[in-house]
Design a protein around this ligand. Sequence first.
Ligand code: ATP
Length: 233
Amino acid sequence: MLEINNLSVNYGGIQALQDLNLHIDAGEIVTLIGANGAGKTTTLRAISRLVSSRSGQIIYKGKNITDLRPDQVVRVGVAHSPEGRRVLARQTVLDNLELGAFLRSDRWAVKADIEKQFQIFPRLGDRRNQLAGTLSGGEQQMLAIARAVMSRPQLLLLDEPSLGLAPQIVREILKTIVALNQSGVTILLVEQNATLALQNADRGYVMESGTITIEGKASDLLSNERVRQAYLG
Ligand code: ATP
């Protein structure tokens, strides 16, 4: 479904990604783990075209999307739920969800999809008219995921959905991610909590200094001595 070939990204003089290679098959949950600054967020931002690449290619469903605009990437079926949640604090839950569907013209189906999100995330339904800024951290994270899903993505990029949340909420969010995947959405999950991510993923990649250093089945990475020592605490 997605193939990244020799991708390099610079921020001025800083090389954030260097000859990165990875692929995601349709239906998978793939996780990207690594230390702070390894380049995980940049990888997601490069796929969404929020940062430009210096060299390399991003192929999505056989099409080169390396030079598309961010809105065109959403249009072809890739959604991004960014780190730090980034919900619109002064807008209601409903407004945030409608915003996630801004490229869609099927208003009736958008309404139905919003109700579907409220079934998946009942807490959001209870708070539909509340300003997003008044939600708890866990609820804002749920809203960020639901908002991304509103564009009906085939591939969903999730950046640190567990960041700063209590363990019970994290488990709830992970369960939702697995359920989304089972409903047909392919997922690329960036996570600091590597154990949790690998326990729920099909495959994983370890990133160090802007490139992939270890890759494999999630179950193999969980028992890999180097991964255990460096990332699984
Ligand atoms: P974290 O878990 O801390 O978010 P990460 O693995 O997602 O880390 P990135 O945020 O992708 O890593 O950062 C990769 C490298 O690029 C780091 O050296 C970082 O300092 C640098 N970097 C990231 N964003 C910018 C920016 N906007 N300007 C300059 N350098 C940046």
